[in-house]
Design a protein around this ligand. Structure first.
Ligand code: GLP
Length: 273
């Protein structure tokens, strides 16, 4: 696992956006679709903004990109303002040249949730698997909605949300926890692990304890993102605040081995703005 530490959230997001854009553009040369896994939440918002800006500046096209979102609340229709469908359209898809037929998001209104989840996995397989899965992390170390205790081999399924997650997400529901759905459809840890590459953005002190567990402690279903320790190509990009609970030695180690990566990026983009 690589850990790339930036000064602040904006810098980490810009780096991640440029990294994703580079991967998509490289694929365009051979005409094959680029299959991208995507998250919601506040963590990726700045990445989406930067990708939209790059698109508006003519630096990137999403015409060959096919997407699979991580999760969706059960019981919220696509046009519900708090649904992840709505979130993705508002914050990303409406502003880029992606073909709407290439967007996949789990249907939170599906009557047969088991079938919906099975078909989602089949659709991912039919597209040749996910090339790059972008994700965030919950403050309890969860990935997508794989709450603590989730099987590290889990596939797409329905999950109960923990109190901690509902409290954290109540801010999107006017602060009213009773409005946050109690269940969600989510890709499994195994689904994320099958992606050829995983890129996670982590910011802020509220994620520091979880980041410490994921990076410095062992593989553990109580911090489901620790699965990345078993992934052959995983990157966590974070800000300084998120590293607060890591050992000084760990931070120095990763800064040292990634200094060339960050140096090249600064040279190519003209440095942090
Ligand atoms: C939810 C989402 C996750 C996301 C997490 C953190 O639980 N299902 O995909 O990573 O929230 O959200 P935020 O980025 O707002 O901190």
């Amino acid at each position: 696992m690589r850990l790339i530490i930036h000064e602040n959230h904006e810098a980490a997001s810009r780096w991640a956006a440029h990294y994703i854009a580079g991967r998509i553009t490289a694929r365009q040369k051979n005409d094959k679709p680029f299959v991208l896994g995507l998250p919601t939440g506040s963590s990726p918002l700045e990445i989406y903004r930067e990708l939209i800006n790059m698109h508006k500046e003519g630096k990137i096209s999403f015409a060959n990109v096919h997407t699979f979102n991580m999760d969706e609340y059960v019981g919220l229709s696509a046009d519900h303002p708090q649904s992840y469908h709505h979130f993705m359209m508002e914050n990303f898809f409406n502003h880029i040249d992606i073909d709407r037929r290439h967007i996949h998001i789990l249907d939170g209104m599906a009557k047969d949730t088991e079938k919906e989840c099975r078909l989602y996995e089949e659709a991912i397989t039919a597209e040749g698997g996910i090339e790059l899965f972008l994700g965030g992390m919950g403050s309890d170390g969860h990935i997508a909605f794989n709450e603590p205790g989730s099987s590290l081999r889990s596939r797409t399924r329905i999950k109960n949300l923990t109190e901690e997650t509902k409290i954290a997400n109540a801010r999107f529901f006017g602060g009213d926890i009773s409005k946050v759905p109690s269940t969600a459809l989510t890709v499994g840890v195994g689904t994320v692990m099958d992606a050829r590459e995983v890129l996670i953005i982590v910011s802020g002190r509220s994620k520091a304890r979880a980041l410490q567990a994921v990076v410095e402690e062992g593989l553990n279903h109580m911090w489901t993102l620790s699965c990345l320790q078993m992934h052959p190509k995983a990157i966590i990009v974070c800000d300084e605040d998120a590293t607060e609970e890591l050992r000084v030695r760990t931070v120095r180690y990763f800064k040292d081995i990634e200094k060339e990566t960050i140096g090249v990026y600064h040279r190519e983009t003209g440095g942090e703005r």
